[in-house]
Structures are given as structure tokens and as C-alpha cells.
Design a protein around this ligand. Structure first.
Ligand code: 8ID
Ligand code: ZN
Ligand code: ZN
Length: 349
């Protein structure tokens, strides 16, 4: 039976703190499913939503979260292709119009009418969350719900970004912010895709964390005297990595990547530091044929592929589990830069 009330973490005011309290269980519309969320990963995007530091307003009050894994408990009358009892996930793209030019071409995250979980609609930091049936992630029954939760944003996003980088097996890719949530998954997906990952992050904890995840080298941005030279040296022949995936939540690396990318290489921007700009010299960009692009989550097919890598046992990223009631502590650790990998909240306490 579905209860009428549930536990949730609610943000009442941008810039405030989340409050753990009971709220009503929502009811799914005709094209929606209701998912009993068991676990949800905590993404740095949730912290941006809390702080309101992006040029896009959130709904308010807001239930955050967009890496929610659980069990379908109810479905609307139009939903035919997912059953009550199936495992499913709430991801960042909660729904889209399905008929605009971007949706028609499967670039559904670009839809002007996209609903964003934990941002423009309530997300997965509650025990029962709603998603459009077309968009909820299909999670195979043999996948651990706790471990797969962060694949629904972190895994999916870096998998798509690595594909967008065009890097081929055997090539080098620099992962900037490698010790964080997205970075940890990027190291694992890069390895699984046959790439040589170069990790860039700060501190001994993150060095050890990245080494355990398969980074072939680690450059400490807090200690390196010449990051550009260090990254180039780590790329085998010294000409720089073929691709750079920028996941850091600071502007500096976005200004620096063009200095160490290999000629004809691709810089993929994924991290979203507030008020930041990407800058590169026009001369080098032209004569070294440097590509600079953005990558924003992934579509439903990318989701299925990212989940399949996980299901095959290729992605084993360590994570820490705490109760949903402790979400604010996780944010505080994230602000302090003390989270290596991902935190996952258990909605049962
Ligand atoms: O679709 C997208 N584009 C998308 C999807 C999901 C998340 C974008 N994001 C964005 C988030 O909103 C956030 O801005 O990606 C960014 C990273 O999210 P995250 O991985 O969840 O954050 P984290 O766990 O805090 O990791 C960030 C890492 O960056 C390192 C930190 O030490 C941390 O490990 N870092 C920083 I801050 N400055 C650095 C620097 N100068 C750095 N690493 C290297 N060099
Ligand atoms: Zn996210
Ligand atoms: Zn659309």
C-alpha cells in the first residue's frame, strides 16, 4: 500500500538549509509513474540548486535529487511499457515534450519544455517520486539499487561526455575533478572504453581514491608547479591528451585546458561553476585545431548504455551511504571539498 505521507528533504528558501520532514505522497498523472525511491545519489548540482547559483530559477519549496533508484509502485492510465514492481530511476531529465525538433532528434535534454528533477519539479530526496514514464531509467532487476543510483546522473553524464570527446581506445583523456562524483565514474568509464585516464584533482585522499579507480597518473592541482607540463608529460608522447573532460567546480581549469590539449584534441565542458567563463587563445585554437564543446547529461539511449556498462560489472565506483535525514551534512562536506566519490542517501531513515 502507498502511504499518504512520506519523509522528504525540503528546501524552503534558496540559500537556506534542507529540512527533513513529512510531506504528502504525490499522485502520478496519466503518462507518469510513481517510484518508491530506495536510494539517491547526491550530485554537486543539488548543491547549486540549494545555493541558487545558476542563471535558472528552481521551483520553491523544492525537493532536490536526481539520482533516485527504486521500485515502480503506481502508473498512470497511458503507461503500458513499465510494470508495477519494475526497478526504475529518476534522472535529471524528468520529462520533455517529445515533439520539438530536439526531442525528435533524441537531443531531449535540449528541449525548451524539459522538466528537471530536483530543480523545476520535485526530485528523489523523498520516499516517493514521480517521473514521466518515457524518461524514467529502466533498471535491470539484477542491479544493486544502492550502487546504481549515482549512475543515473554521474555515470550517464560522463559516459556521454567521453563519447562526445571522440577519444578512441588507446588514446589519453584528462579527467579534471577526477576525485569527485562525476570524476570517479569518468575514470571507470574511460578505462572500460579502452582509454588511458589522467586524473587531476587535489589532496592525498583523492590521489589514493583515483589510483584505486584506475587512474594511470595523478596531478595534484594544489601542489603542481606546472600543471600544463605535468599533464603533457602524463600523455605518453608528451604532446598532451587527445581529450579533456572538465568536471571541476572552479573556473581555473576551464581557462587552462587549451594549453595542454593535443592539437586536434577535444575539450568537453561538463562542470558548471557559477558565473564562470571558458577562455582560449584564438590563435592556438585555429592553428592547433582545438575543439571546445559542452555536454549535458545524456538521452534515453545513453542512459540504457551507461546502465549496461554497470550491469556488466565494468563500473565499480565506491560510495558512502547515509540516511536521507543526514543530507545537509553531505552538502556541508561537499562545500568543504571533502567528498571523494559519491554519497548515496538511504530514504528509509
Ligand atoms: O550534464 C552535465 N553537464 C552535468 C551533470 C551532472 C553534474 C554537470 N554536472 C556538474 C555539477 O553541477 C558540478 O558543477 O558537474 C560538476 C561536478 O559535479 P560532481 O562531480 O557531483 O562534484 P564534486 O563531487 O564536488 O566533484 C568536483 C571535483 O572537482 C575538484 C574537487 O576537488 C572535486 O573532487 N576540483 C575543483 I572544486 N577545482 C579543481 C581544479 N582546479 C578540481 N579538480 C582539479 N582542478
Ligand atoms: Zn547530477
Ligand atoms: Zn521537446
Amino acid at each position: 500500500v502507498i502511504p499518504s505521507e512520506q519523509w522528504a528533504q525540503v528546501l524552503e528558501q534558496t540559500g537556506g538549509r534542507v529540512v527533513y520532514k513529512k510531506i504528502p505522497v504525490p499522485k502520478p498523472g496519466p503518462d507518469e509513474v510513481l517510484i518508491n525511491i530506495k536510494y539517491s545519489g547526491v550530485c554537486h548540482t543539488d548543491l547549486h540548486a540549494l545555493n541558487g547559483d545558476w542563471p535558472l530559477a528552481t521551483k520553491m519549496p523544492l525537493v532536490g535529487g536526481h539520482e533516485g533508484a527504486g521500485v515502480v509502485v503506481a502508473r498512470g492510465s497511458l503507461v503500458k511499457d513499465i510494470e508495477v514492481g519494475d526497478h526504475a530511476g529518476i534522472k535529471w531529465l524528468n520529462g520533455s515534450c517529445m515533439s520539438c525538433v530536439h526531442c525528435r532528434q533524441t537531443h531531449e535534454s535540449l528541449c525548451a519544455d524539459a522538466a528537471l528533477s530536483g530543480y523545476t519539479v520535485d526530485g528523489s530526496f523523498q520516499q516517493y517520486a514521480i517521473g514521466k514514464a518515457a524518461h524514467v531509467a529502466r533498471i535491470p532487476a539484477d542491479c544493486d539499487l544502492e550502487a546504481i543510483a549515482p549512475v543515473l546522473c554521474a555515470g550517464l553524464t560522463v559516459y556521454k561526455a567521453l563519447k562526445e570527446s571522440g577519444a578512441r581506445p588507446g588514446q589519453h583523456v584528462a579527467i579534471v575533478g577526477a576525485g569527485g562524483g562525476l570524476g570517479s565514474f569518468a575514470l571507470q568509464y574511460a578505462r572500460a572504453m579502452g582509454l588511458h585516464p589522467i586524473a587531476i584533482d587535489g589532496g592525498e585522499d583523492k590521489r589514493e581514491h583515483c589510483a584505486a579507480l584506475g587512474a594511470e597518473s595523478f596531478i595534484d592541482f594544489t601542489k603542481s608547479k606546472d600543471i600544463v607540463a605535468d599533464v603533457r608529460r602524463a600523455s605518453g608522447d608528451g604532446l598532451g591528451p587527445d581529450a579533456v573532460v572538465l568536471l571541476a567546480v572552479s573556473e581555473g581549469p576551464f581557462q587552462q585546458a587549451s594549453q595542454y590539449i593535443r592539437s586536434r584534441g577535444t575539450i568537453v565542458c561538463v562542470g558548471l561553476p557559477a558565473n564562470a567563463f571558458i577562455k582560449a587563445p584564438v590563435f592556438d585554437t585555429v592553428v592547433r585545431e582545438i575543439n571546445i564543446k559542452g555536454s549535458y547529461v545524456g538521452n534515453r539511449q545513453d542512459t540504457a548504455e551507461a546502465i549496461d556498462f554497470f550491469r556488466r560489472g565494468l563500473i565499480k565506483t565506491p560510495y558512502k551511504v547515509v540516511g536521507l535525514s543526514e543530507l545537509q551534512n553531505v552538502y556541508d562536506l561537499m562545500v568543504a571539498g571533502k567528498v571523494a566519490g559519491r554519497y548515496v542517501v538511504d530514504t528509509s531513515h
